[in-house]
Design a protein around this ligand. Structure first.
Ligand code: CP
Length: 324
């Protein structure tokens, strides 16, 4: 495919190819010179209409490690505040010669609009759109689970097959949960969503997963437990649960973590709100992969940019290792 808009668009073969390529890219981080020449002369634009720490920085690091030129655009401080439309912003980027546009936008569907509008020729990568999807987050999460639960040499057909993944929190507003449900289902894992009834989306019964309201029942049967932030900014204040009530029922503390199987990991896409969905004790424990997920995000995004922009196979780290 030319674009990456939704994890639901990925076949199992697509997903496994990206994850295997990300393993190759991870080797670059272990080398003294953390760079490949693959995308020299290509331009990647980071087009961020919503705040981001991890996604924006890791796409920038990924593009730079592939030797691409990077232009960072943030809506704050741009002419968007003067009323400029997505179309005119896109045409401006096209004029700059963008080969790939990585877009984060508050409106669900904005990346799809950009990819299908005919305004630009660039490859479009969804870096999170409203409450819809965040496909590269799901890919880096699957990469992390595969490394921790299966091992780096997992081949096609063994990826996360039968693994039990629990996603806990504000499912209603979570593009991370949506993308993870699609991708994990495609990879053969079994997903259970756990949330207060008010934070479960309408129509969830059509999703390929189970839903539970009782975290304590699900924890002992989980290989990975992914904690989500409650997204106050997308919520009417009247519906916002109190911190004490929420963390008592749905927060992960040391006592609850002890109910998980010994091999099970705790994941968080970030940003974390310590004391709300996760205690500092859990966030800082060896079982929590939040920082590892960020590092894996660079390798995964390198793989996505490399595959979308048609990097040559001879430029992969394994190819240079073979000729060394
Ligand atoms: N996980 C994630 O998307 O984090 P940022 O919002 O900081 O990019």
């Amino acid at each position: 495919p030319r674009h990456l808009i939704s994890a639901a668009d990925l076949t199992r073969d697509d997903a496994v190819l990206i994850l295997d390529t990300a393993e190759e890219m991870a080797r670059v981080a272990d080398r003294p010179i953390k760079k490949l020449p693959t995308l020299r002369g290509r331009t990647v634009v980071n087009l961020f209409f919503e705040d981001s720490t991890r996604t924006r920085i890791s796409f920038e690091a990924a593009a730079k490690r592939l030797s691409a030129d990077v232009i960072n655009f943030s809506a704050k401080g741009s002419s968007v505040s003067k009323g400029e439309s997505l179309k005119d912003t896109a045409l401006t980027l096209e004029a700059m010669g963008a080969d790939a546009v990585v877009i984060r936008h508050g409106a669900s569907g904005a990346p799809y609009r950009l990819a299908t509008s005919g305004w630009i020729d660039s490859a479009v990568v969804n870096a999170g759109d409203g409450t819809h999807e965040h496909p590269t987050q799901a890919l880096l999460d699957a990469f992390t689970m595969r490394r921790r639960l299966v091992g780096p040499d997992a081949g096609i057909g063994r990826d996360l097959e039968g693994r039990r993944i629990t996603i806990v929190g504000d499912i209603l507003h979570s593009r991370v949960a949506r993308s993870n449900v699609h991708l994990l289902h495609t990879l053969g894992a079994h997903v259970t969503l756990v949330a207060p009834p008010t934070l479960v989306p309408v129509g969830v019964e059509q999703w390929p997963c189970d839903v539970s309201y009782r975290l304590d029942d699900v924890l002992p049967k989980s290989d990975a437990v992914m904690m989500l932030r409650v997204q106050r900014e997308r919520m009417n204040a009247a519906y916002f649960p109190t911190e004490r009530e929420y963390s008592r029922r749905y927060g992960l503390d040391g006592e609850r973590m002890a109910r998980m199987p010994e091999h099970a990991i705790v994941m968080h896409p970030g940003p974390m709100v310590r004391g709300m969905e996760i205690t500092a004790e859990v966030a800082d424990s060896d079982r929590c992969t939040a920082v590892e997920q960020v590092a894996n995000g660079v390798s995964t995004r390198m793989a996505v940019l490399y595959l979308l922009l048609g990097g040559s196979e001879t430029a992969l780290p394994s190819a240079s290792a073979r000729t060394e």
